[in-house]
Ligand binder design. Sequence first.
Ligand code: MUC
Ligand code: MG
Length: 367
Amino acid sequence: MKIDRIEAIPFAIPYRKPLRFASGEVHVADHVLVRVHTDDGVVGVAEAPPRPYTYGETQASVVAVIDELFAPELLGLSLLERETAHARMDRTVGNPAAKAAVDMASWDALGRTLDLSVSQLLGGFTDRMRVSHMVGFAPDAEMVAEAERVRDTHGIRVFKVKVGRRPIELDVGACRALREALGPDVELYVDGNRGWTPSEAARALGAMADLDLTLSEELCPADDVLGRRWLTTQTSVPTVADESATTPGQVTRELLDGAATMISIKTARTGFSTSQRILHQCEGLGAEVVIGNQIDGQIGTACSVAFGAAHRSSSRRAGELSNFLDMSDDLLTEPLEISGGELVVRPGPGTGIEIDPDKLAHYRRDR
Ligand code: MUC
Ligand code: MG
C-alpha cells in the first residue's frame, strides 16, 4: 500500500463547442491525468482540470508542482497516511486542482487495493445523482437549443445558466428565453463567475424575479465584502459561494459573513478528503451544498458522482455532472452515460473507471 510513483500526464482533448462564462472560456480540455502507483502494483487515477482564471493553475504548473514538489514528498507513504500526505502537500500554498487529483488518485488506489468502491468507502448513501447541466454564453436561441437537446437526449431537467455579462439585460433575456422554452417544470439557476457588481446583481435578480430561479452563484467577487452581504439580504434566492469558498476557512468566512447561504463543493479542487471536511462542516453549520463542476472531463465527473452520491446531503440536489458532453472524446474505455436525467456511480473497485491506453497515447502531450 506504499506510494512508489506518481505520474502527472498532460493531455488535450478539443471541445465540440466552447463553454463561455464571465471569467473565461474553454475550447480544449487541457487537463492532467494523475496516476498514483503503489509498491504492490495497484494504480489509482484522477484528473486535474487547470483553471487559470479561477485558481491560477495551468497544465504546466500542475505537472511541475506534482513532479517537483508533491511526488518527492509523498513517495514511501502508505495510502492510509492521508493526513500526512495532505500536511506535506499543504506546505505548498494554493494549487488546489493538483492537490485534489493526487488525493483522489490515492483514494482510487486504496479502493482498488481493498477491492471496494470509493463511493461506498466515503459513505455509500446512494448509487446515483440527478444531473444539472451548465449552459454557457451564446445567442439566446443557441442556449435554448442546447438545453432542449440535453433535455431530450439525456432527460436532464435542471440547468445552471451562466450570467455576469454587461449589460445585465443580455442575461436577463437569455434566462427568460430558457424559461419560456423549457416551461415551468425545469429547474433554472444562475452563476455569475464574479461578473457583476452587487448593484448590477441586485438589479438582475429583480428583473428575473418572475423566473423562479432556485440559486444564484458567485454573482460578484469575494472582495466585495459588504456588497455581497448586502446582496444576500436583498434576495430570497439562496446565494451560493463557489470559487470564493475553496477551503474550510473560506467556507466559514463566507457563511458567517452572510455573504452566501450555500456552498458549491467541487471534487476537482478539494478532492475527496477536503470535500468531505467541507460537507460535514456545512452540515454542522446548517448550510446546503451543491456538487459543482470545474468543467470536468469524464474522469473528474466519475469522481464527482462517486462523492456526491456517497452522502445524504450532497446527493439531495442535482449535481453538475454533464459538461463532458461538450468534449469531442475522453480517455475512458467505457464512456459515462446520463439517462433519465441521472448519472449512476461506476460500479467496481475504486472509482470504477479504466483508462483506454490508445486514447491516452493519442491525446497525451508529453511525448
Ligand atoms: C462554475 O461553476 O463556475 C467555471 C470556471 C470554473 O472554475 O468552474 C466553472 C463552473
Ligand atoms: Mg460557479
